[in-house]
Design a protein around this ligand. Structure first.
Ligand code: PLP
Ligand code: TYF
Length: 393
């Protein structure tokens, strides 16, 4: 029967990892997959994560199944980390998932279950996995304008115009902070305007937040998510711990459905049901690391301090790159790089220029001109800047 299978499209971001590995040049620079790297190019295990793992190893006396929705200590800690006290805990249904991707997948399945006709509005561009999963689930996608390659910022008027065409029964997918792949984000008054459109159309927001703490800080990065969740009757949130705890391979995420307190019991049971259909119990080790850190003042403080160092290192690289490009180009046209937040920036150039960077300079970024800022260090920033000018960007 399996001779009927057709080749599926490869993940372009992951394909780039392989291409980079195969490049023999020792001057090559990897700005591809979204993984944090320090100045030496390593992705270390965070101090608090190591300490939490040791504590778990010493104290854990069983590995019996958790609940279908995961360990309540984890879901409670994550609800507090992402939502603060923006909404009552009794209004949140929450389930642990395998990574943020698992949360995204479960959220889409939940939407399809509730309304098979739902259209999902996604930013143009968005994380390719959003599109791939939606297509796999047979769900209708509507693009809304988002990135303005002329300015490197958000085409806000276009975005609002497109979001106004959403209807009750549709879902609007928003990146809570640190937009992937562009790095361009809404400011606080623009979020207010998006909320007004959500309120007037009745479309349900779904927030994907995979980089809390990578932009302007843990609290600032959650502000938009909190504001949205407290301003509409229903909201879905898919959060990932992969980046901000550096526990990529542990597959640690959470899906939250914020709705009325009266609906919470049914919503909670439905999230547990969905987990059971797909994998029964969600992975626990990463979740336990996260809850161990978030429920211990000293570990939490150390984690926050290390996360701040990571965030500030990326901001410094942004400033350095924007400054270098200003000097070399004699213009401010790359100023957006310092305005962007998170791991990524989209340069806004053409695939042939991206290819020229790879062929001629051994600089690897995704074909849509997304670069991982954390792939740089103080020494490679001037090399990248010269290459960008050299290929005529
Ligand atoms: N959503 C976005 C926008 C992402 O960039 C990522 C990748 O890191 C995720 C979700 C989920 O990542 P993971 O499944 O590794 O937690
Ligand atoms: O966008 C990125 O690079 C990260 C990591 O299928 C990633 O989100 C990339 C591809 C993928 C899953 C995660």
């Amino acid at each position: 029967m399996f001779e009927t299978l057709k080749a599926q499209p490869a993940d372009k971001i992951l394909a780039l990892v392989q291409a980079y590995r195969e490049d023999p040049r020792d001057t090559k620079i990897d700005l591809g997959v979204g993984v944090y790297k320090d100045a030496s190019g390593n992705t270390p295990v965070m101090r608090a994560v190591k300490a939490a793992e040791q504590r778990i190893w010493e104290n854990q006396d069983t590995k019996v199944y958790t609940g279908l929705a995961g360990d309540p200590a984890y879901t409670n800690a994550m609800a507090a980390l992402v939502l603060g006290d923006a909404v009552p805990r009794g209004a949140i249904a929450a389930a642990a998932t395998p990574g943020g991707t698992g949360a995204v997948r479960q959220a889409f399945e939940l939407v399809r279950m509730a309304n098979p006709e739902a259209r999902v509005f996604v930013s143009d561009p968005t994380w390719p996995n959003h599109l791939s999963i939606l297509s796999y689930l047979g769900m209708e996608v509507v693009n809304y304008r988002y990135f303005d390659s002329a300015t490197g910022g958000v085409n806000f008027d276009g975005m609002i115009e497109d979001l106004k065409t959403a209807k009750k029964g549709d879902v609007v997918l928003l990146h809570g902070c640190c937009h992937n792949p562009t790095g361009a984000n809404l400011n606080s008054s623009e979020w207010d305007a998006v909320i007004e459109v959500l309120q007037s159309t009745g479309a349900v927001p779904m927030i994907d937040i995979a980089y809390q703490g990578f932009g302007d800080g843990l609290e600032a990065d959650a502000a938009a998510t909190r504001k949205v969740a407290s301003s509409v009757p229903e909201c879905l949130i898919a959060a990932s711990c992969s980046k901000n705890f550096g526990i990529y391979r542990e597959r640690t995420g959470i899906l939250m459905l914020v709705a009325s307190e009266a609906a919470q019991g049914l919503n909670q049971a439905t999230l547990a049901f969905l987990n059971r259909q797909n994998y029964s119990f969600p992975p626990d080790h990463g979740a336990r690391i996260v809850s161990t850190i978030l429920t211990d003042d000293a570990l939490k403080a150390d984690w926050q301090a290390e996360l701040e160092d990571v965030r500030n290192a990326m901001l410094a690289l942004r400033e350095q790159l924007a400054g270098e490009l200003q000097r070399l180009s004699g213009s401010d046209r790359f100023g957006f790089l310092a305005q962007h937040r998170g791991m990524f920036s989209r340069l806004g150039t053409t695939p042939d220029k991206v290819e020229a960077l790879r062929e001629k300079h051994g600089i690897y970024m995704v074909g849509d001109s997304r670069m991982n800022i954390a792939g740089l260090n103080q020494n490679s920033v001037p090399i990248l800047a010269r290459a960008i000018i050299d290929v005529g960007i």
